[in-house]
Write a protein that binds this ligand. Structure first.
Ligand code: AP5
Length: 253
């Protein structure tokens, strides 16, 4: 299963990606998490990445692509993956298509592609509520919300007891920047996948379990209509990948 989770900041991508990774036993590749790890290092790359993410700016495509390919080339990701927050620019989306096409099994008749792109839709007031109430574990990165997902002990992580903190980019100014960039640079990516018949809208403002169930239904329908979730799609005579025959019911156009 090759999945992409998109949506504005705070839409619940990380929350749902973790569930999907567990359910399908596939690695979750979260560019935000990878970048926060890189930013912990005191080297030149770490300092540069930290500057971008702390201010809510997009990290340049060349840095992102190198980090993502490194993950996708690992053995565990050969059987499938869930991408959380990538691709979020058109250049990244086109590079991902080329990457998947290159790593396809040359003995098979088609090219490897994505199974589905899930777009979590949440209105802006709710996004701000979620981001401003989010707290993350300073040790393991587990995510909580002061109201909708509070830790058992006040300000302490359920897993390891470490103190919870607020992400630097969850401050109001950085939130505004992230939302602006999402509209400018990521919405065209949604159109790109919509045109390919891969995009599915998810009502991300519902309760977490309900969102997960809607995603499950979408993926079940998709796998029924495309023959057990095949990762290989039909290649047309002019070399493009034709998704039209396997378009499932409920796909957004
Ligand atoms: P990233 O960490 O990916 O940030 P983001 O996209 O802004 O998304 P968030 O992590 O804020 O939110 P989410 O949608 O994962 O929601 P979550 O599940 O946590 O990226 C950080 C930065 O890295 C970017 O700003 C950029 O600088 C850089 N970057 C990353 N990828 C990049 C790329 N590809 N190219 C360039 N730069 C890149 O949920 C949020 C909160 O809401 C939590 O508290 C959660 O508990 C709660 N919640 C979740 N679901 C629900 C629900 N259904 N109901 C109520 N509460 C909920």
């Amino acid at each position: 299963m090759n999945l992409v989770l998109l949506g504005p900041p705070g839409a619940g991508k990380g929350t749902q990606a973790a569930r999907l990774a567990e359910q399908y036993q596939i690695p979750k590749i979260s560019t935000g998490e990878i970048l926060r790890e890189v930013a912990q290092k005191p080297d030149a790359l770490g300092v540069r990445v930290g500057e971008y993410i702390n201010h809510g700016l997009m990290v340049p495509d060349d840095i992102i692509l190198e980090l993502v390919w490194r993950q996708l080339e690992q053995g565990a990701a050969q059987a499938g993956f869930v991408l959380d927050g990538f691709p979020r620019t058109m250049a990244q989306a086109e590079a991902l298509d080329r990457f998947l096409s290159r790593r396809s099994n040359t003995d098979s008749p088609g090219v490897e592609t994505l199974d589905a792109v899930l777009d979590l839709e949440v209105d802006e007031d709710e996004l701000i509520r979620r981001l401003s109430g989010r707290r993350v574990c300073s040790k393991c990165g587990a995510s909580y919300h002061l109201v909708s997902r509070p830790p058992r002990e006040d300000q302490r992580c359920d897993r390891d007891g470490a103190v919870l903190e607020q992400r630097k980019d969850d401050q109001p100014e950085a939130i505004r920047e992230r939302l602006k960039l999402y509209h400018q640079r990521t919405e065209p990516v949604l159109d790109y996948y919509r045109a390919k018949g891969l995009l599915h809208q998810v009502e991300g403002d519902r309760e977490m379990g309900q969102v997960a169930r809607q995603i499950e239904q979408i993926l079940e329908q998709r796998s029924q209509s495309s023959g057990a979730g095949s990762r290989v799609s039909v290649e047309t005579s002019h070399g493009d990948t034709d998704q039209t025959e396997s378009r499932p019911p409920g796909t957004d156009h």
